[in-house]
Design a protein. Structure first.
Length: 178
């Protein structure tokens, strides 16, 4: 049973990590990985992307839900502490989740940048969340867990900004098959 569980985690990480690098085809500022509108700090005057708000809500909801389920709650429960039962598996799940969430947050950022209502409200918090996630994967693997609290703050900021813009986001938890 333990072998099947470990194999499933390795498969999930193997699938999630390459997906984290996938882009949506949006233009980026050279060498930064940040969309051009983010780099200039400007927001559009009209929506520049189809279903930007809907896509934003879905991306942020999945990212927040999986972050809380697979990273934040286990961290608060001490699952990542040295000597904790199931620590290696918990860290492997967290690293895979961080890779997937980074992709979701980048997509949410692009969708927010395409909407004149969302852009001024969530551009800053989403940029903070993406920056926190950029370092989250490597720091989790290295055993540095201090970044989890800052990632939580950044996600809460994005959720609050979205709610202020009239788009309350419901966290969506994903459950593993099995």
């Amino acid at each position: 049973m333990r072998t099947n569980h470990a194999a499933a985690v390795l498969l999930a990480v193997g699938v999630a990590v390459p997906l984290a690098g996938c882009g949506s085809g949006a233009s980026t500022a050279p060498g930064t990985g940040v969309s051009a509108s983010t780099a200039t700090g400007s927001c559009p005057t009209s929506t520049t992307r189809s279903f930007a708000k809907t896509r934003f809500v879905a991306d942020l909801g999945f990212a927040a839900g999986s972050f809380h389920r697979w990273i934040y709650k286990p961290w608060r429960a001490g699952a990542f502490d040295k000597g904790a039962n199931g620590r290696t598996l918990a860290i492997a799940k967290a690293v895979g989740t961080a890779a997937l969430d980074l992709k979701l947050l980048k997509d949410a950022q692009e969708n927010a940048q395409a909407d004149p209502t969302l852009c001024p409200l969530v551009a800053g918090p989403l940029k903070d969340a993406v920056n926190a996630y950029d370092s989250l994967k490597s720091r989790l693997v290295g055993g540095d867990l201090s970044v989890i609290g800052s990632a939580e703050s950044a996600i809460q900021g994005a959720l609050s900004g979205s709610k202020a813009g009239g788009l309350p986001v419901t966290e969506t938890e994903t459950q593993p098959a099995g």
